[in-house]
Design a protein around this ligand. Sequence first.
Ligand code: C2E
Ligand code: CA
Ligand code: CA
Ligand code: CA
Length: 275
Amino acid sequence: VKANGRGHFRIFDPDMEAQTSNYRRIRQELGEASAKNEFELYFQPMVDLADGEISGFEALLRWRHPREGLLAPGSFLPVAEKAGLVNDIGRWVLMEACALAAALPRPMRVCVNLSPTQLEQPGFALEVAHALASSGLAPRRLELEITESSFLAEGAITSACLHEIRALGVTIALDDFGTGYSALSHLRAFPVDRIKIDKSFVQEAVTRPETASIVRTIIELAHDLNMKTTGEGVETEAQLRLLRRAGCDEIQGYLVSRPQPIGTFLAKSGRTREP
Ligand code: C2E
Ligand code: CA
Ligand code: CA
Ligand code: CA
């Protein structure tokens, strides 16, 4: 979790009592943030290791708070979740990401993170269809990132729900793979197009042979199951080399770029250096 570096982070502690005035104030501010246009999307590129080109961007939510500055989701999403605001925020993210992606000069994939409660909404697929229709984004350009916690939550999603979304032509990525309550049975039970290997594995793999072996196995398994792989949190050339040797399809991480406003990428040329 990122603090804002000015010691104000504690006010966003999700564990704070729901009754405290602090919590009520943040909840109130979060509820108004949308109408005040305080949410922004930052984008982080993914690079295709086959040709070294940017293949897509992941949309990452930011809150430009009037007093606290630019906040990363770790500092406010848990509160939004608890306050029941996450579906509304998620709807905005989906619409905004599709609109921005549809306006890119070169067609590229845009990846949108979903919270489990969004997926649990009846008719969520209709919401996705609406975002596609109103932005004009081609469905194959949209990828939705879900975590395995969606399979375990109380109103747990079913594979039918994912099939419904995929029937639109949208793809599904399994985010943070390998962390939390990870299970290989999920790969059998749920239709998934991509596995995103969590950064903790990527970063540890260069120093621990056991972890490197797990990473290689995940990639091989994904390919056997006709899935693509993205290595997350790539910060060093050594991590890149390891993933490339393991046959990973794509990388994402600070080595390529930190998340930025979309304009930063439009200002540069569409081509990246060969990683
Ligand atoms: P995530 O989906 O795993 O996204 C990747 C996170 O890792 C981002 O943090 C990104 O800035 C960070 N990251 C990328 N490359 C590197 C690297 O090389 N090294 C390190 N140390 N970190 C790297 P961020 O933007 O703070 O987002 C945190 C989490 O918040 C995301 O993790 C995702 O779970 C959630 N999130 C972000 N945007 C949304 C959203 O629109 N909706 C929902 N439901 N969740 C979101
Ligand atoms: Ca390519
Ligand atoms: Ca993600
Ligand atoms: Ca991730």
